[in-house]
Design a protein around this ligand. Structure first.
Ligand code: GLU
Length: 425
């Protein structure tokens, strides 16, 4: 294990943001990033924490914590989702915001990075409670958000529904319709065709690009997808449409394996009728959730939570290729193990950048007031992803490093220009 990996391991134990910094430092050193630019990027530019008192359905007030961190704005207004989950905290939001800066730069979008969140359990709240919470959050962030300032989007625990409430509240405050202030909206109020499936689509394009480099054909490989939410379900569907045999799927309720291949349409239909969860699906054998990532396959797509590939299970992974649909699914200490095993890992900031790429298209359409066909969106998306993949792959070769650090380098090469060109006081 290199010293840098050891540092990353220690950092991870304490903080997710420190783990981001550890990887950032490795990339910065390798590409010879200026110390000044590194210092700028090691510090998020703005952090806001608010308290949101909400009248719950039982007539009692409950106070929620809300966050928004803007990591950088050197390449444009900051961009990034809003997460509703119980583990939301200042450190996690800061790490996710930094990843958005790097993700937008890798995908060549004119954006900086941000992330927000509310510490809550959306599954345990009524629709009315969630609406009041979302509206309260929008009001408290009215001076942060803006079409050319900071543009939120969905993330874990949120969807078009929450985006519509936040947009409505923002519009009421400002007395005008600003659809471009938020992306991932329902189509009827300015959303983009193709946005819903975009993150999964990006995973598919990145998988095919990596397989090509590995001289493997789609119809010769098997794949396991962990997570069956917005990212995992679309990724599984699109990968299977490209001829890849999906042998394993799973969500927070159950995991399944079938070496003959799983009928993904049947799984989607089942989940649609079953409260969007897989528990009870009969198209494959149920396995322990801990076995899903380490079962036999060629391609592994972790598309659920962060830190699921760890020091404990990394050594048992059988896949040759990992494509990170989730943000941060690989703990830093697992990176070295995957590298030793020569497993190619398409990192989150590249693999799941399809979502923010189509968010960017949505914002462009909102600004122009002119809307594209789904085919136009998908064609433009696929091209952008292929260019981003190629840039990262080339940097991996040039700097003799893995794709994760190469993706950071690709991002830093762009952000460095932004920081230098815009200058300082
Ligand atoms: N939450 C998504 C992500 O982590 C999308 C962000 C966006 O579209 O702004 O990439």
């Amino acid at each position: 294990m290199s010293t840098n990996t050891v540092n990353a391991t220690q950092a991870h134990a304490e903080s997710m943001f420190d783990a981001v910094l550890a990887r950032l430092d490795v990339a910065a050193k390798l590409m010879n990033l200026s110390e000044e630019v590194l210092q700028v990027l090691r510090n998020p530019s703005k952090q806001v924490k608010v308290s949101l008192p909400i009248m719950m359905d039982n007539g009692k007030i409950q106070v929620f914590e809300g966050y928004r961190t803007v990591h950088s704005t050197h390449l444009g207004p900051s961009k990034g989702g809003i997460r509703y989950a119980m583990d939301v905290n200042a450190d996690e939001v800061m790490a996710l915001a930094a990843w958005m800066s790097f993700k937008c730069a890798v995908a060549n979008l004119p954006y900086g990075g941000a992330k927000g969140g509310i510490k809550c359990d959306p599954r345990a709240m009524s629709v009315g409670e969630l609406e009041r919470l979302s509206r309260a959050y929008a009001v408290s962030m009215k001076d942060i958000f803006g079409v050319n300032r900071d543009i939120p989007a969905p993330d874990m625990g949120t969807s078009g529904r929450e985006m519509a409430w936040i947009l409505d509240e923002f519009n009421k405050i400002n007395g005008e319709d600003s659809p471009g202030v938020i992306t991932g909206k329902p189509i009827a109020i300015g959303g983009s065709l193709g946005r819903d499936a975009a993150t999964g689509r990006g995973v598919m394009v990145n998988t095919l690009a990596a397989l090509k480099k590995m001289n493997l054909k789609a119809n010769e490989v098997t794949c396991i997808v962990q997570g069956f939410g917005n990212v995992g379900s679309h990724a599984a569907r699109l990968l299977s449409e490209k001829g890849i045999k999906i042998v394993g799927i799973g969500d927070h309720t159950a995991s399944f394996y079938n070496e003959k291949g799983i009928d993904i349409q049947a799984a989607l239909d089942f989940a649609a009728k079953n409260n969007r969860v897989l528990k009870g699906f009969t198209g494959a054998t149920e396995i322990k959730s801990s076995e899903l990532l380490t079962s036999k396959c060629d391609v592994l797509v972790p598309a659920a939570l962060q830190n699921v590939i760890t020091e404990e299970n990394a050594g048992k992974i059988q896949a040759k290729l990992i494509v990170e649909g989730a943000n941060g699914p690989t703990a830093p200490e697992a990176d070295a193990i995957l590298n030793d095993k020569k497993i190619i890992c398409v990192p989150d900031i590249l693999a799941n950048s399809g979502g923010v790429t189509v968010s960017y298209f949505e914002w462009v359409q909102n600004k122009a007031g002119y809307y594209w066909t789904e085919e136009e969106v998908n064609t433009k998306h696929d091209l952008k992803m292929e260019i981003a993949f190629e840039a990262v792959w080339n940097n991996a070769t040039q700097f003799k490093t893995g794709m994760r650090i190469a993706a950071y380098i690709t991002a830093l090469q762009k952000i460095e220009q932004g920081v230098k060109l815009k200058g300082a006081y």
